[in-house]
Write a protein that binds this ligand. Structure first.
Ligand SMILES: *Cc1c(COP(=O)(O)O)cnc(C)c1O
Length: 367
């Protein structure tokens, strides 16, 4: 039995008539860029997240960059973020002109460790970007308290955490703004690139919209120079269809994760993911930790099971950040975990027999 890492085709087949009709109507109305489908998605997504504004853009990387630029964060500033993430989180800080300052991850949860943030705060620190990695929110109560104490801007990278919650509050609503990616493989995925920003702040919403649209709110009236970062109508129409199914899909992922957790609980060599108290985990990724990770991945491959590593090298140890001069001892948890983490197949439509095949193969490997 082959078990792919994700299967976007099976999801498409389950909603094919709705998707095909949505794409067709965009073409009929030639609403290719901006327009009614994009407006409708922005309204629906803001409502779903419980925020006043949603500003769509071209992708999740731009979403972070636009927030930073709209907040005038740049040269001479420092922005604190987490050692284990996708590079978008830190490269956008550099793109904006500021310096990324990394913090190690919390044992077991893979998120920015609140206990290690304060030692990284300097006079230059302007903002903190926690990442709700794998679909579970970071420790938002502690992080928010630190931001308030030091008057820092809180920006949440929610690219992997659409609609997940901490203490009953949606990811992306704890600080100034949340950034989202709708890359096809994300829990809410377009059929191409797309992204968005959510915020309750009128000023930020206005500036972000302006910056993403060449610095103009009115056509041919450029208050500033900006960039061209927009969602296209086809992606918006697809996202509008998929948003209606998102709660159900997130729940299905969660149920699949609980099945893995139960079935793997007897395998002493495997540490299954922990779910934070008072928070929901939407399992964008199901990540275990284990010794001989590479051996296990290789064995699973031989059993036609695809796996992934998110991420094989923590950001501070990437060649791109060699100039910062970091050593493994600076981020001991991220350094240890990068060799232990393995992402197992995870998507809403994963079947019990597929989960069983993955688990049985893992058991075989360790026997
Ligand atoms: C996917 C992702 C992004 C970037 O999203 P794109 O839409 O691919 O630009 C940013 N941060 C994290 C944590 C991500 O997983």
């Amino acid at each position: 039995m082959r078990v792919p890492f994700v299967d976007l085709k099976v999801q498409y087949n389950s909603i094919k008539p709705e998707i095909d009709a949505a794409i067709q109507s965009v073409i009929e109305k030639t609403a290719f860029i901006g327009g009614q489908f994009v407006n409708a998605f922005e309204t629906a997504f803001a409502e779903k997240c419980g925020t006043k504004h949603c500003i769509s853009c071209a992708n999740g990387t731009d979403a972070i960059y636009i927030i930073l630029k709209a907040m005038n964060i740049g040269f001479g500033d420092e922005v604190i973020t987490v050692a284990n993430s996708w590079i978008s989180t830190s490269e956008t800080i550099t793109q904006a002109g500021a310096k990324p300052v990394f913090v190690d991850i919390e044992p077991d949860y893979f998120h920015i460790d609140p206990k290690r943030i304060e030692e990284k705060i300097s006079k230059k620190t302007k903002a903190i970007i926690p990442v709700h990695l794998y679909g579970q929110p970071a420790r938002m109560d502690e992080i928010k308290r630190i931001c308030e104490k030091y008057k820092l801007i809180l920006i949440e990278d929610c690219a992997q955490a659409h609609l997940s919650e901490f203490n009953g509050k949606k990811a992306g609503t704890f600080g100034l703004a949340g950034s989202f990616s709708f890359y096809p493989g994300k829990n809410l995925g377009a059929y191409g690139d797309a992204g968005a920003i959510i915020t309750n702040d009128d000023g930020l919403a206005m500036r972000a919209r302006m910056y993403a649209n060449h610095g103009a709110l009115k056509k041919h009236h450029h208050e500033i120079e900006g960039i061209n970062s927009r969602m296209d109508g086809i992606q918006a129409a697809i996202l509008n269809v998929k948003l209606k199914h998102l709660d159900k899909w997130n729940l299905a992922r969660h149920e699949n994760a609980l099945k893995y957790n139960v079935l793997l609980s007897g395998v002493s060599k495997v540490k299954t993911p922990r779910i934070r108290q008072n928070s929901s985990h939407i399992f964008h990724l199901y990540v275990i930790r284990t010794e001989d990770r590479d051996g296990l991945a290789h064995y699973l491959k031989s059993k036609q099971i695809d796996t992934g590593i998110h991420y094989p090298t923590a950001l501070p140890f990437m060649p791109a950040y060699q100039y910062l001069g970091h050593k493994p001892a600076d981020f001991p948890v991220a350094y240890e975990y990068q060799n232990e983490i393995l992402s197992l197949p995870m998507y809403p439509e994963l079947h019990d027999d597929e989960i069983n095949h993955v688990v049985n193969s893992i058991k075989e490997f360790y026997e």
